[in-house]
Ligand binder design. Structure first.
Ligand code: ADP
Length: 346
C-alpha cells in the first residue's frame, strides 16, 4: 500500500468513528452530560493522533468541536450557545485535543530520532570492531610475509615462498570476507534466486572445502527418495554459506572424526545439516557465534579465523528467507542446520 493511500484510509476510518460516535450519542443525548460527550470525543482525537499523527488529531479536534457545539450544546443545531459557561467546556475541549495531538507528535518524533541514533550507534560499534579486527588480522600475516621476504632477500630458504603464498591467500580471504560483510550491511547484496539442484550446490561447496583442507573428510548423505532435490535459492550465496559451515566443521573437529552433511526436504523447505564431533559451542555462546568478529572459546589459538564466517553465512541465508541455527548434539559435537525454500523435485 502506498503511504498516501494508507493515510487516506486512516483519515477515513477515524472520521467515520467520529461520525458513528456522534450519531450514537445523539440517540441518548438527553441522558448525557457535557463531560461524557467531551471525553468520548477526546478518545477519538487521541486514537487518531496516536495512529496517524498531528494533522489528523487536530482536524478531528476541530470537527469534534463543531459537532459538539452544533448538536450537543443548547440551542441544538445552531452554532450559538445559550449558557456562556458552555464556551468554557468547548474551549477546554479544543485546547485539550490540540495539545494532546501535539504531545503525541513530539513523542513520535523523539521515538524516530532515537531509532536513528540507535542505528548509528550500531554502525559505529560495527566499524570499531571492524577496525580492531582488520588491524589485528592484517598485521599477523604481514609480519610473516615481511620476515620471510627478508630471509629470502638475504639468501635464506627459497622454499618458504610457499608460506608467503599461504599468508597472502589468508589476507585475500580476509579482504573477501570484509567486503562481503560490508556489502551485506550496506544493503547492497544482490540476490538472484533461481531453481538450483542440491547436487550442484553441494558439489561446488565440497570442491572448495576439499581444495583447502584435503578430500575424504566429508560424508554427504542426500535423502532424495529417487528424485533430484532442488531449491529456490541463490547459487553463489548458498554455496558460500555451505562452504563456511563445512570449513568450520572440518576446522573445529579432530582430523580423524567424521563430518556429515545431510540434505533432505520437508514440505516446502530444504534442510542442510552439517554435523561434526568437535568440542561444540558452550550454551552461552550459541547465539554470539553468529555475531560478526566473535571468535568462540573453542576456536583456540591454533585455528585461524576472523569470526566472520558464521555471521556471513547466516546473513546470506536470511537474505533468501532461510534460517541458520546451531544445536549441540546429544552425544557430542555441533549441528548447524540451514533451511531454504525448496523447489519442485525433478
Ligand atoms: P571463525 O571460524 O573465523 O572464528 P566463524 O564466524 O566461522 O569464525 O565462527 C565463530 C566461532 O564459532 C568460532 O570462532 C568457533 O569458536 C565457533 N564455531 C564455529 N563452527 C564451529 C564448530 N563446527 N564447532 C565448534 N565451534 C564452532
Amino acid at each position: 500500500m502506498t503511504p498516501t493511500w494508507r493515510t487516506a484510509r486512516q483519515w477515513l476510518f477515524w472520521f467515520s468513528v467520529l461520525a458513528v460516535l456522534a450519531a450514537l450519542m445523539l440517540q441518548v443525548r438527553s441522558q448525557l452530560d457535557k463531560a461524557h460527550v467531551a471525553l468520548a470525543f477526546l478518545l477519538v482525537v487521541l486514537g487518531g493522533s496516536a495512529v496517524a499523527g498531528r494533522a489528523l488529531g487536530i482536524s478531528l479536534s476541530l470537527t469534534a468541536f463543531l459537532v459538539f457545539n452544533w448538536a450537543f450544546l443548547p440551542p441544538y443545531y445552531t452554532f450559538t450557545i445559550s449558557n456562556p459557561l458552555d464556551w468554557l467546556v468547548l474551549i477546554a475541549f479544543l485546547i485539550t485535543g490540540v495539545v494532546a495531538a501535539q504531545l503525541l507528535e513530539w513523542r513520535r518524533q523523539r521515538a524516530e530520532a532515537e531509532e536513528e541514533a540507535e542505528a548509528l550507534r550500531r554502525r559505529d560499534r560495527l566499524k570499531d570492531a571492524l577496525l580492531a579486527s582488520v588491524s589485528h588480522d592484517l598485521r599477523t600475516p604481514l609480519t610473516a610475509i615481511k620476515g620471510i621476504a627478508n630471509e629470502i632477500w638475504n639468501g635464506g630458504d627459497p622454499g618458504r615462498a610457499q608460506v608467503i603464498e599461504e599468508e597472502a591467500d589468508r589476507l585475500n580471504a580476509l579482504v573477501d570476507d570484509l567486503l562481503e560483510l560490508s556489502q551485506i550491511n550496506a544493503g547492497g547484496m544482490r540476490i538472484s534466486r533461481a531453481l538450483n539442484t542440491v547436487d550442484d550446490v553441494v558439489g561446488a561447496a565440497l570442491e572448495r572445502v576439499e581444495a583447502a583442507h584435503g578430500a575424504g573428510r566429508i560424508d554427504v548423505r542426500i535423502d532424495n527418495d529417487g528424485t533430484i532435490l532442488t531449491g529456490e535459492f541463490d547459487f553463489t550465496h548458498t554455496m558460500r554459506a555451505l562452504t563456511n559451515l563445512l570449513e568450520n566443521a572440518v576446522k573445529y573437529s579432530p582430523a580423524d572424526s567424521p563430518v556429515v552433511l545431510r540434505v533432505w526436504r520437508e514440505e516446502v523447505l530444504l534442510y542442510f545439516a552439517i554435523e561434526d564431533r568437535g568440542p561444540g559451542v558452550s550454551p552461552d555462546e550459541e547465539e554470539r557465534i553468529f555475531q560478526p568478529f566473535y571468535r568462540g572459546t573453542s576456536s583456540g589459538i591454533r585455528t585461524r579465523g576472523t569470526g566472520l564466517g558464521l555471521s556471513i553465512a547466516r546473513q546470506l541465508v536470511e537474505l533468501q528467507h532461510g534460517t541458520l541455527k546451531y544445536e549441540r548434539r546429544a552425544d557430542g559435537g555441533s549441528r548447524f542446520t540451514m533451511s531454504l525454500p525448496a523447489g519442485e523435485n525433478l
